[in-house]
Design a protein around this ligand. Structure first.
Ligand SMILES: *Cc1c(COP(=O)(O)O)cnc(C)c1O
Length: 467
């Protein structure tokens, strides 16, 4: 029998040093195919969130049955290095022993009280300790967080207009679906049916990283703009970082015009640094958002999200103020325990390791694609990153992001999948690493990349032949 020990990153390792997971073996997927057939009979598209359906890349979505550390195991028993991390939340890796133990214990004490409880207070304290927000309100999804932040901004200013940026996704809030990235662009849905024209008309969509466009919008509509909302660093059109000074410009412009600056850190919060994207720019440059939204990592894999900010604004929420907002499962004791345990384990060493792992994967990808002669840009926003195929200039905004070659990504994605690496099933998504991505996981990625790069090269040549 192999002796077991808990490794530096909290994972049980065998005597040989490898995580206790099955060997990589990406083969046939009859069980996933059968589940997909059953799912399509009872759910639209067979999924509960559109990008999961693999429409952008084709093929059968993998139905996962288990996950541990850096690895996912599908219904057929194939194991993959996971580069999606549940779209960001799994900062420490899947089923981290300490998180699972804390969740089990919390669930044993009761799964929902409908009253205040200690874990939600402790999680709020952790968030207030890491970010510039003074007061925080818990909700259950990032969508709810941005929706509520916008209602609060409108309630506080008595204005209706919302400024957002093309390619930024803030959840499926009516007024925020205009020109959103992520799933919407994956399916080429420009806005979406079902959003009232009156609601869409209250949204001004501007190009990302364009301070002049912001100035022009405020020159024309300044006294009707309730808020500017932006992804703190864009991750939903692929990874597109804010240019130096862009977020600071938004903060100042809002301040000068009596508008509320909402920084959406649902993806970046507690992910790109201990203090999120704000830790990489605002904290250094000396500005703070009026409101912030959080989700993903702060839920530790459970439905927990939050919005928070200046005390004078947050005090306008019921029961202190007139802006109504509520939730049956808000601050749920199991979800907040998972989030709190995750954040307490997310130390500076964890962030340093994530940055190093993200750099290593990007370096490997660049080398493989260069060697195969595939035109591409590997781009990062903190430790989130993605590859834009078919262009060589940096991607600054949504127009740039759309000038990529989706057929290349499709070929690349499937070659990686076959070699045991699970990438986001759309090129308009960021890749995420976790603290559990160790040398073994990097080794699997390094082996897969040259094969996938060759597949991308073939797709690229074919694209050119077909003109
Ligand atoms: C994921 C995401 C959301 C929406 O969060 P959900 O929990 O999926 O509703 C909002 N904003 C950003 C920046 C996101 O990445």
């Amino acid at each position: 029998m192999l002796s077991q020990a808990v490794g530096d990153n909290g994972w049980v390792t065998t005597a040989a040093g490898a995580p206790s997971v099955p060997a990589t073996n990406a083969g046939a997927v009859p069980a996933s195919a059968a589940l997909f057939t059953r799912a399509k009979a009872v759910s639209p598209g067979g999924v509960n969130s559109p990008v999961r359906a693999f429409r952008a890349v084709g093929g059968t979505p993998r139905f996962m049955r288990a996950a541990s550390g850096a690895y996912l195991t599908d219904a057929d028993g194939n194991t993959y290095v996971d580069m999606v991390g549940s779209w960001g939340p799994m900062l420490l890796g899947h089923a981290h022993p300490a998180v699972v133990a804390a969740v089990r214990e919390a669930a044993g004490r009761g799964t929902s009280f409908g009253t205040p409880s200690e874990p939600e207070v402790a999680l709020a304290e952790e968030i207030v300790g890491r970010t510039p927000v003074e007061l925080v309100r818990m909700v259950s999804s990032g969508t709810e967080a941005t929706m509520s932040a916008i209602r609060l901004a409108r309630g506080c200013t008595g204005r209706d207009l919302v400024v957002k940026f093309a390619g930024c996704y803030h959840g499926h809030v009516d007024s925020l679906l205009a020109d959103a990235g992520s799933g919407l662009v994956t399916f080429a849905v420009p806005g979406t049916p079902g959003v009232p024209a009156a609601s869409a008309a209250q949204t001004l969509v501007l190009p990302y990283n364009d301070p002049d466009a912001v100035d022009a919008a405020f020159a024309e509509h300044g006294d009707s703009i309730a808020c500017v909302i932006t992804e703190a660093a864009a991750g939903n059109m692929g990874a597109v970082p804010p240019e130096p000074g862009f977020n600071a410009h938004l903060a100042k412009t809002c301040q000068d015009n009596g508008a509320v600056f909402v920084s959406d850190e649902v993806m970046t919060g507690f992910r790109v640094s201990r203090c999120g994207q704000w830790g990489l720019d605002g904290a250094r440059e000396g500005w703070r958002p009026d409101l912030m939204t959080f989700g993903k990592v702060m839920g530790g894999g459970f439905p927990a999200a939050a919005f928070g900010g200046r005390a004078d604004l947050m005090s306008q929420l019921a029961p202190d103020g007139p802006v109504y907002q509520a939730g049956t499962l808000s601050g749920n004791p199991v979800a907040t325990t998972a989030g709190l345990t995750t954040l307490r384990l997310a130390t500076p060493e964890v962030y340093a390791a994530l940055d190093a792992t993200a750099d290593a994967v990007q370096q490997l990808a660049r080398q493989a694609l260069q060697a195969a002669g595939v035109p591409h840009v590997v781009q990062s926003a903190g430790n989130m990153f993605s590859i834009f195929f078919g262009r060589t200039e940096p991607v600054r905004n949504f127009v740039d992001a759309q000038a990529q070659d989706p057929s290349c990504y499709r070929a690349f994605f499937h070659a990686m999948l076959a070699a045991g690496v699970y990438l986001p099933p759309s090129s308009y998504e960021s890749w995420f690493v976790s603290y559990a991505h160790d040398d073994r996981a990097l080794g699997i990625i390094a082996e897969a990349l040259p094969v996938a790069a060759a597949a991308a090269a073939a797709a690229s040549r074919q694209g050119h032949t077909h003109g």
